[in-house]
Design a protein around this ligand. Sequence first.
Ligand SMILES: C[S@@+](CC[C@H](N)C(=O)[O-])C[C@H]1O[C@@H](n2cnc3c(N)ncnc32)[C@H](O)[C@@H]1O
Length: 284
Amino acid sequence: MTTDKASEVLAAWEVSSQYWNKHQALIEKMFAILSHALIEDAHIGPGQTVLDVGGGSGEPSLTIAPIVGESGSVIYTDPAAGMVNSARAEAERRGLQNIRFHQCPAEQLPFSDHSFDAAVSRLSAMFFRDVLDSLREVLRVVKPGGYMAFVVWAARDVNPFFSVVTEVLDRFVPADDEDENAPGAFRFDRPGKLKKALQEAGAAQVIERELAFMIEAPINVEHFWKLRTEMSDTFRSKLKKLTADQVLIIRDTVQKAVADYFKTGAMSFPAKALVVSGKSFGVR
Ligand SMILES: C[S@@+](CC[C@H](N)C(=O)[O-])C[C@H]1O[C@@H](n2cnc3c(N)ncnc32)[C@H](O)[C@@H]1O
């Protein structure tokens, strides 16, 4: 990826951070199961020192901190300053004393070799500028024998939380051809793709499992529209190109298209993610 493109991706996350901050509580609730899957697959327990790569508005760091407890610690990292500030503020609000915060990308982790018992990354690996460099960095800083786990989205068509809005928006602002290796939510949707990259980076005992779950929250269709269109840089950019009337038509079309997922009076979308984990042999 060119330096310009990488700066563009980061700038988009910087803008997104205000919305991820705004919707922090909902994001935590909707994707809680993903944090727990990482905790399980990275074998995280009391007393450990754990690295979180691309922690966004705070997950999974905020969930891991009470699990590792006072004798352990969590080192949160993210390259977007707004994300770091948002996560730090939330940790302070909760009185969590065992999280430290670093603004850095996965490609350049400012830590010594073998600093961590485990490393996790929730929904961030698909945005790494250089996937192999990033995975090698994670391997470098994890102690020999330590685990690392990453969670990424499975295919868009089994994730209506994303696909419904995309399909409607694409009718109004056609999507550019997607480069399957460019940063994006579905960069690792093909089974085996991230697994192969982690093996290539040098991890041992790499496994991938599919996680089917429900994205649930006590919100209505209007709230869903706001959440989706604010959180996603792609949606924000596309909507900016449209007139107010066009946006209203799209909003109504989306709200009708997702109605089935709100039948109970709250939001409930089926979803699928891939959890890829492995073990460090140490520096290679
Ligand atoms: C979809 S958000 C996920 C945030 C959080 N982990 C969560 O699950 O709520 C993706 C995050 O990846 C971060 N990111 C983007 N490029 C990155 C890179 N090169 N290295 C590490 N993180 C990166 C973004 O700043 C953003 O916070």
